[in-house]
Design a protein around this ligand. Structure first.
Ligand code: AQP
Length: 333
C-alpha cells in the first residue's frame, strides 16, 4: 500500500516555488498512489504569529490553489490539519521520542528563529516532530517535498525508527521522499542564494500565485541577473545563481530540462530571455489563477471540501492512533 502525505502552510503569499516544488507534483502523483492526503498545515503555520482572520483566508486560498492546480478533491483527501486531532496527539508522543540533539541540527529552525532564539516559539522548535506526526498518523509511505524539506523528512524517518525500536515493533513505515525535476528549489528573484519564500519581506523576491499578469511580468523584468549572455549548457551557469534560477524556472514551467532551454537561448541576453519567461509564466499560471479566483468567491464550497477531507482523514488516522495508544501503554478511553 502506497500512501502519500504532503502539506503547505497557509502563511500567505503562496508562490511559484510552492507550486513548482509541491502542488504541481501532487497533481501528477494522484494517479499513482492508493491514497493521497494533501493538507493545509495550519498547526504548522501558527509556529510563527498569524492574524486569525488572515489565517482563515490563507487556509481557504491554499486549498483553492490546490484544487485550481488540478488536485482532485473527490479522488484525494484535501483538508486542513487542525480539523484532525490525531496530528497534535501523535506530535506530543513524538515530542517524547525525538531527542533535543536531533532538533538542534535542524537548519530551518536556525534560519527562521534568527539570532534571537530565545524569543522563538517552542512550536517552531518542535515543528519537525509535528511533521513526522502528519505523515505517520496515516502510516504515509511517500512524501513529495522540495529540497528544503529533506532534512525534516530524515528526522521523520529517525523518529519512526526510534519509536519502532523503543516499543519493540515494526509499526511505523520508514517514509521515502519524492523529489522532482527541474525546479525542486526555486530561488528568490532578488538573491540566487536564498530560496523563494512566503516570508521574504520583499514582494519582488517571489511570484505570488495571486499576482496579476502585469506584476508577474514586472517582477521577472526586475529580477536580479548579470550582464553575460546565456551559455549553451548548464555548466556555463555554475557561478551564476540568479541566471541559473531563471533558466530553472523556465525549464520547470515548460516541463523540460535546463540544457534544452539553454540550447534554445544560447548566446541570448536577458533582454530577450526575460520577456520569454514572463510570457511562459503568464501562460501557465493564469488559468490556475482564474480558477483560484472563482473558488475564492465560493468560500462555503472550499469549507465543505475541507470538512469532507477531514472526515476521511480522521477515519484513516483512527485505527493508527488506537494502535499507537496501545503500544505506548495508554488505557483505552
Ligand atoms: N522555493 C521553493 N522551491 C521549491 N519548493 C518550495 N517549497 C517551499 N518553498 C519552495 C515547497 O512548498 C511546500 C510547502 O512549503 P511550506 O508551506 O511548508 O513552506 P516552507 O517550506 O516553509 O517555505 P515557504 O513557502 O517559503 O514559507 P516560509 O517563508 O514561511 O518559510 C513544501 O513541499 C516545500 O518544500
Amino acid at each position: 500500500m502506497k500512501r502519500i502525505f504532503s502539506g503547505v502552510q497557509p502563511t500567505g503569499n503562496l508562490h511559484l516555488g510552492n507550486y513548482l516544488g509541491a502542488i504541481r507534483n501532487w497533481v501528477r502523483l494522484q494517479a499513482d498512489f492508493d491514497d493521497c492526503l494533501f493538507c493545509v498545515v495550519d498547526l504548522h503555520a501558527i509556529t510563527v504569529w498569524q492574524e486569525p482572520d488572515a489565517l482563515r483566508a490563507n487556509t481557504r486560498e491554499t486549498a483553492a490553489a490546490m484544487i485550481a492546480a488540478g488536485v482532485d478533491s473527490a479522488r484525494n483527501i484535501i483538508f486542513n490539519q487542525s480539523q484532525v486531532t490525531a496530528h497534535a496527539e501523535l506530535a506530543w508522543i513524538f515530542n517524547c521520542v525525538a531527542r533535543l540533539g536531533w532538533l538542534e541540527r535542524m537548519t530551518q529552525f536556525k534560519e527562521k528563529a534568527g539570532k534571537d532564539k530565545a524569543r522563538a516559539s517552542v512550536g517552531l522548535y518542535a515543528y519537525p516532530n509535528l511533521m513526522a506526526a502528519d505523515i505517520l498518523a496515516y502510516k504515509g509511505t511517500h512524501v513529495p517535498v522540495g529540497e528544503d524539506q529533506k532534512q525534516h523528512l530524515e528526522l521523520a524517518r529517525d523518529i519512526a525508527a526510534k519509536f519502532n525500536h523503543d516499543y519493540g515493533t515494526e509499526f511505523f513505515p520508514i517514509v521515502e521522499p519524492l523529489i522532482f525535476g527541474a525546479a525542486t528549489r526555486v530561488m528568490s528573484l532578488k538573491d540566487g542564494a536564498k530560496k523563494m519564500s512566503k516570508s521574504d519581506p520583499s514582494d519582488n523576491s517571489r511570484i505570488n500565485m495571486t499576482d496579476s499578469i502585469d506584476d508577474i511580468a514586472k517582477k521577472i523584468r526586475k529580477a536580479r541577473t548579470d550582464p553575460e549572455p546565456l551559455p549553451g549548457d548548464i555548466k556555463g551557469l555554475e557561478d551564476r545563481p540568479e541566471a541559473a534560477n531563471l533558466v530553472g524556472i523556465y525549464a520547470a514551467l515548460e516541463d523540460t530540462t535546463a540544457d534544452e532551454v539553454l540550447e534554445r537561448f544560447d548566446g541570448e541576453g536577458f533582454g530577450a530571455f526575460k520577456p520569454a519567461l514572463a510570457d511562459l509564466a503568464v501562460e501557465k499560471l493564469s488559468p490556475i489563477q482564474d480558477e483560484m479566483r472563482r473558488l475564492m468567491d465560493a468560500p462555503d464550497h472550499i469549507d465543505q471540501v475541507l470538512r469532507t477531507g477531514a472526515e476521511k482523514a480522521a477515519a484513516l488516522a483512527a485505527p493508527v492512533m488506537a494502535e499507537v495508544q496501545e503500544l505506548v501503554g495508554f488505557l483505552k478511553p
